[in-house]
Design a protein around this ligand. Structure first.
Ligand code: NAP
Length: 537
């Protein structure tokens, strides 16, 4: 063991929802735990994504921890869908309240992780040479935390400013864009949030869209005291819902099939759901739109109709209407006035499907059709989702094999929390976990509880090595594939859920689509069965 290596039993990587809870649970269970975080503070994805308009699309009352009644009682959400700043402040509050800060080394991005079979320990190091050694590593590096910088030819010659939503500088607010000519590249969740947030201020706004997405209107509003009191009173029920619903949220949906309704009932129910502004939960308002193509088409048509009636120029409206995938097969977006922006004279859509290849010049962006002189280019171009943050670490198991190489032909794991060939490594929200398709905080709490329970199980038996078996991993891959086959995800042509947004990434579903409730039951069964599927010694 090197003398200047920090030693601990468990090293946690990440200070987002997953990392903070992991440190708390591990410490409470009596493990000697240390943690590292690449950013300068806590928050994970909510630390980095500070772009104007950034906010959560799951209701605040669901998008928070439930493990501590004290935390619940001390924190009041101010809005129904929290802003990035409020979620980040919530996580700072949790870290302070639980005194998690001292466990963390900030500004420490792990560059290498190596397992040594002889000592059964992982060695972790940053690029600048800081080192840790731990028996176990719990990665809580986030599913949407490895930003993708698109290859736009000539971007390095652009003389204006390039900003990326996923690494938005702390000191650039919407007012700093006032009076400037701005190009936004990308029309996923980040793009549709940033556009209405800056449209009022900028002199000209061009939105470069490669493929249209379904975006559902969420009217943001504050939570009043009555709603907060109701939330406090209903806390136990809300907590229970995390265990009993597919999505891990309290919103029950209408319980109605989209197919069985008459036209009048359908219109009525859809309008009600639209006006209620459920956020991401809009997708599960009907029982069958997530799995049945006919039901799905009915909902997709409803949203297409909304786009067409909102956008006054019919040609622009048609360009914004998605026709290449079922609604929900790609992650839906949630917006507050995105489509309305295109009715303004200084906002224009550039459809890259017809405009041709996107290039940059010193003065702006260019397509085959036209030149766009701009002062700022905003890249809202997404992430190497789920596997990216881990694959970017030079992470090698006992044979020297790199995790990135292992996943080159398709990411695979056991329950999304362990990978065969990489002992004593546990991945919160790894590939094959339900996390990105459900309330991710609910999934994170489950994963962390399950991982810490597993470590306690090993400790009780005096065991120091645990590795998923290839058979168990294969079984889980089959469950992930089978669950996908029962949903509309199988009809998506491209989606970050499938990894197709990253050049060279194999097309494979990155999440378990069978629901958080079912996942919990399967994971609990495995735990009860002495952690079936792990070889331990
Ligand atoms: P995204 O959904 O992957 O969208 C990226 C966009 O950039 C897409 O429109 C993509 O086009 C486009 N793009 C990528 N490379 C391009 C290129 N070279 N030229 C032109 N266009 C390019 O990424 P995101 O918007 O950051 O969202 C990712 C996920 O983060 C969301 O789905 C959501 O889960 C989460 N998120 C959540 C919230 C929220 O809670 N409200 C907010 C932001 C993000 P194609 O579609 O053609 O690839």
């Amino acid at each position: 063991m090197a003398g200047n290596r920090a030693q601990c039993e468990v090293l946690v990587i990440g200070a987002g929802f997953g990392g903070l809870y992991a440190v708390h649970r591990l410490r409470t269970a009596g493990f000697d735990v240390q943690a590292v975080e690449a950013a300068g503070g806590v928050g994970g994805t909510w630390y980095w994504n500070r772009y104007p308009g950034a906010r959560c699309d799951v209701e605040s009352l669901d998008y928070c921890y439930t493990f501590s009644t004290e935390l619940d009682e001390e924190w009041d959400w101010s809005e129904r869908f929290a802003t990035q700043d409020e979620v980040r402040r919530y996580l700072e509050f949790v870290a302070d309240r639980l005194d998690l800060g001292p466990a963390f080394t900030f500004d420490a991005r792990i560059a290498t992780l190596r397992f040594d079979e002889r000592s059964r320990t992982w060695a972790a190091a940053t690029a600048d040479g800081r080192e840790w050694e731990a028996r176990f590593v719990v990665t809580a590096v986030g599913a949407l935390s490895a930003p993708l910088s698109p290859r736009i030819p000539g971007l390095d010659t652009f003389e204006g400013r390039v900003l990326q939503t996923a690494t938005w500088p702390k000191d650039v607010g919407p007012d700093d864009l006032a009076g400037l000519r701005v190009a936004v590249v990308g029309s996923g969740s980040s793009g549709v949030q940033v556009v209405p947030a800056i449209a009022d201020r900028v002199a000209a706004l061009h939105v470069f869209q490669r493929s249209p997405n379904f975006s559902v209107r969420v009217a943001h509003r504050g939570l009043d005291e009555e709603e907060r009191a109701a939330a406090r009173a209903g806390r136990d029920e809300r907590r229970r819902a995390r265990f009993t619903t597919r999505t891990g949220t309290a919103l029950a949906g209408s319980g109605r099939s989209a197919i069985g309704l008459s036209d009048a009932e359908w219109a009525d129910e859809c309008e009600r759901a639209w006006d209620a502004g459920y956020g991401y939960a809009f997708l599960s308002h009907f029982t069958d739109t997530g799995r049945d193509l006919t039901a799905n088409a009915r909902l997709a048509d409803f949203v297409r109709g909304k786009i067409r009636t909102t956008v006054t120029d019919p040609e622009t409206a048609e360009r914004l209407v998605p026709t290449d995938h079922p609604i929900g097969a790609k992650r839906i977006c949630l917006d507050d006035g995105y489509y309305e922006c295109f009715n303004r004279d200084h906002v224009a859509l550039v459809d890259l499907r017809t405009a041709g290849g996107l290039r940059a010049t010193p003065r702006g962006l260019q397509t085959d059709d036209a030149d766009y002189e701009v002062d700022v280019v905003v890249l809202a171009t997404g992430f190497d989702a789920v596997t990216g943050a881990l694959s970017r670490i030079d992470l090698r198991g006992p044979t020297g094999e790199a995790l990135a190489d292992r996943w080159r032909d398709g990411a695979s794991s056991y329950l999304g929390v362990a990978v065969t060939g990489f002992p004593n490594l546990f991945t919160v929200t790894g590939p094959g976990s339900p996390s990105i398709l459900v309330n991710v905080v609910a999934a994170i709490e489950q994963h962390v509880d399950w991982i810490v329970d597993h470590l306690e199980h090993l400790r009780r038996r005096g065991l120091s090595r645990s590795e998923a078996t290839p058979q168990a991993q294969l079984w889980w891959d089959e469950q992930v594939a089978a669950a996908t086959e029962l949903t509309v995800h199988r009809f998506a042509a491209s989606s970050w859920y499938l990894g197709t947004n990253v050049e060279g990434k194999p097309r494979r579903m990155l999440a378990y689509a069978g629901g958080l409730d079912r996942y919990r039951r399967l994971a609990a069964d495995i735990a009860r069965d002495d952690y079936r599927g792990f070889t331990t010694c």
